[in-house]
Ligand binder design. Structure first.
Ligand code: FES
Length: 154
């Protein structure tokens, strides 16, 4: 069941959308903000609140890769692995992140601090290579900058 706070936040967003179907991504994001990720129970809770079928929400959640369907760490690193970033050094950065964190894409550090996920184009190709940590964008990356960024997250 949605918490009171989740329900209030979803209802506040719903006022700005023409129908429940249109608000479903925002509703999933709200559940994710509160719970860290969106479990099957989270899908069912949102489906019930929006009077949608869980399978419909499941397909939205699967398509929209900012919705996490598995538990993630405290901070989620989305490393762009689309073409401009590939050309500008994705592989070196992926290797560097892997060495620093001791994980591969798709994994979470043993201390639960970071999850590293590959992601399609993050929309800043002219500043490749690019990654996001939680909601923050980082551009024109190199290994030294990545070390600074990682150190700034607790
Ligand atoms: Fe990486 Fe577009 S290809 S930001």
């Amino acid at each position: 069941m949605l918490s009171e706070q989740e329900r209030k936040e979803i209802e506040a967003h719903a006022r700005h959308y023409p129908n429940n179907r249109a608000v479903c991504i925002e509703a999933l994001k709200i559940v994710q903000q509160h719970r860290g990720w969106v479990s099957n129970e989270g899908i069912a809770d949102v489906a019930e609140a929006l009077q949608m079928k869980p399978a419909e929400l499941e397909s939205v959640a699967t398509f929209y890769n900012m919705i996490f369907r598995k538990p993630v760490g405290k901070h989620v690193i989305l490393l762009c692995d689309s073409v401009s970033c590939w050309i500008m050094g994705y592989e070196r950065l992926r290797q560097h992140l892997g060495d620093r964190l001791g994980i591969r894409p798709g994994q979470t550090t043993a201390d639960g601090r970071f999850t590293l996920l590959p992601n399609v184009c993050l929309g800043a190709c002219d500043h490749a290579p690019v990654m996001m940590v939680d909601d923050a964008h980082y551009q024109d990356l190199d290994p030294a900058r990545i070390d600074q960024i990682l150190a700034s997250y607790q």
